[in-house]
Design a protein around this ligand. Structure first.
Ligand code: GDP
Length: 461
């Protein structure tokens, strides 16, 4: 499969300043030689790697000029894919780009699948799987904090840590296997005390990674949030007030269909995904009923709920009902319109009613208390422990479950050791723990998982 040459438009479809057709594989240079004419008449094939050449793409069939371009040449193995890569930097119009791609394909390349360039980088050993996955996280990052996590992963920090843990595991395993091979010298090879200490250290390190995975996921994927409350308490005003200050950059992800409008806020680096909700009231109106059903479903799925009350109206029966509905949810209670009523005494009464949710006083209209609201959200979501400035290494659910599986097997080893079970049983679990870690960097991962990961990428990446 790696013997062929792949090509794709690597820039977004539509009008742009430039558009790039990327080609990778053994035919890349030959294809460029057939289609490209250097304006200066340079013998560009003998001009080294990592250079740009100005010239034209000419259709070999009729000699017509298709576009004026810069040709980028990156020779194997110093390229994104470690293969020969050429990039046709065209004028960013769809017709020219498509025509150049057609010509490239007619010269022997085939259209690349989603993520196939990055997949080649992985298969050719330039990136490990965790690094390759971070490429898509980097592209889709919604906040700078999210970007920070992705860049750390791309630089290979997580991979190095996983390699180190695997080495340590291998050390323990080697000692155990020696004991299996020479059972009579069992005691000399493995001292149970040493083994316990080694295992305890490994369990501690892997647990720490699992713990930060949740925070990492928050930065990577964001938190789905619902603003709940009776009509007229100021939900839309609050959303608008928050959006004015904190609107996040939103990237459309192809293949996701959304049945609700979603706004994304950047709250202290956390992408807060806010679904627009119709309200949570009981209703007889069938049309409104659909809206209410949908809101309920959204509420069930939400990671975070902001319940809004009206300071001027006090706590109504309907408010109590809504608070009851979100009893088990992570959330904040906001007393809005603090300019109109006695929010302080209302706050005291509410705190008794909702003992586990922080109560905040705000005015959506005047922008009062919104800074404190952002702090409270960050505190609630991150648990106060780990922040965007800290080094976060795990953000991916796949990595988290591999770490959990590693932890499970390490604990099994500890248990077997305590119960005095034979060393070959210990070795089985140690090997499983080692393999679980390898799933993260891709050394022990199956081909369908690799395919699934890259199918999520865009074409041309
Ligand atoms: P929703 O139905 O919950 O989305 O409520 P809206 O956001 O539409 O607000 C209902 C009314 O309350 C509007 O007239 C808002 O201008 C007003 N409102 C919202 N927040 C405040 C506030 O903090 N103070 C005052 N005085 N009025 C507010």
């Amino acid at each position: 499969m790696l013997g062929d040459t792949i090509a794709a438009v690597a820039t977004p479809l539509g009008e742009g300043g430039i558009g790039i057709v990327r080609v990778s594989g053994p035919l890349a240079l030959d294809i460029a030689a057939r289609l490209f004419q250097s304006a200066a008449g340079l013998d560009w094939r003998n001009c080294g790697s990592h250079r740009l050449f100005y010239g034209r793409v000419v259709d070999p069939a009729d000699g017509r000029v298709v576009d004026e371009i810069l040709l980028g040449v990156m020779r194997a193995p110093h390229s994104y894919t470690r293969e020969d890569v050429v990039e046709f930097n065209c004028h960013g119009g769809m017709v020219a780009l498509r025509r150049v791609l057609e010509l490239v394909i007619s010269c022997g390349a085939r259209p690349a699948g989603p993520g196939e360039f990055t997949k080649r980088a992985f298969l050719n050993g330039r990136l490990d799987l965790a690094q390759a996955e971070s490429v898509i996280d980097l592209i889709r990052a919604r906040t700078e904090a999210g970007l920070h996590v992705a860049v750390a992963q791309l630089s290979g920090r997580l991979s190095r840590l996983i390699d180190e843990l695997q080495d340590k595991l291998l050390g323990v395993l080697a000692r155990l296997e020696a004991a299996i091979d020479f059972p009579e010298e069992d005691v000399e090879f493995v001292s149970a005390g040493d083994l316990r200490a080694d295992l305890a250290r490994l369990v501690r390190d892997v647990s720490a990674l699992v713990e930060q995975a949740e925070v990492g996921r928050v930065y990577r994927e964001g938190i789905s949030t619902v603003i709940a409350g009776r009509p007229n308490v100021g939900k839309s005003s609050l959303l608008n007030a928050l959006l004015r200050e904190n609107r996040a950059i939103v990237t459309e992800i192809p293949g996701t269909t959304r049945d609700v409008i979603e706004e994304v806020l950047n709250v202290r680096g956390i992408p807060l995904k806010l679904a627009d909700t119709a309200g949570l009231r009981e209703t007889g109106d069938p049309v409104e009923k659909i809206g209410v059903e949908r809101s309920r479903a959204l509420l069930r799925r939400a990671d975070l709920v902001l319940v809004v009350l009206d300071a001027a109206a006090g706590i109504t029966a309907e408010d109590r009902e809504i608070l009851e509905q979100v009893r088990d949810k992570k959330g904040l209670v906001l007393i809005n319109k603090c300019d109109l009523g006695d929010a302080a005494s209302l706050s005291e009464r509410l705190k008794k009613l909702v003992d586990d949710k922080p109560v905040l006083i705000v005015s959506a209209l005047h922008g009062t208390g919104l800074d404190r609201l952002a702090d409270a959200i960050a505190q609630l979501v991150l648990g106060g422990g780990i922040g965007a400035g800290d080094e976060l290494l795990v953000s991916n659910v796949r990595h988290k479950s591999a770490l959990q599986s590693c932890l499970f097997h390490l604990r099994e080893v500890e248990r077997s050791l305590n119960e005095g079970l034979p060393v070959d049983l210990l070795a089985i679990d140690l090997r499983a723990a080692w393999e679980a870690l390898g799933e993260i960097t891709g050394t022990t991962v199956s081909e369908d998982i690799i395919d699934r990961i890259f199918s999520d990428f865009c074409i041309g990446k």
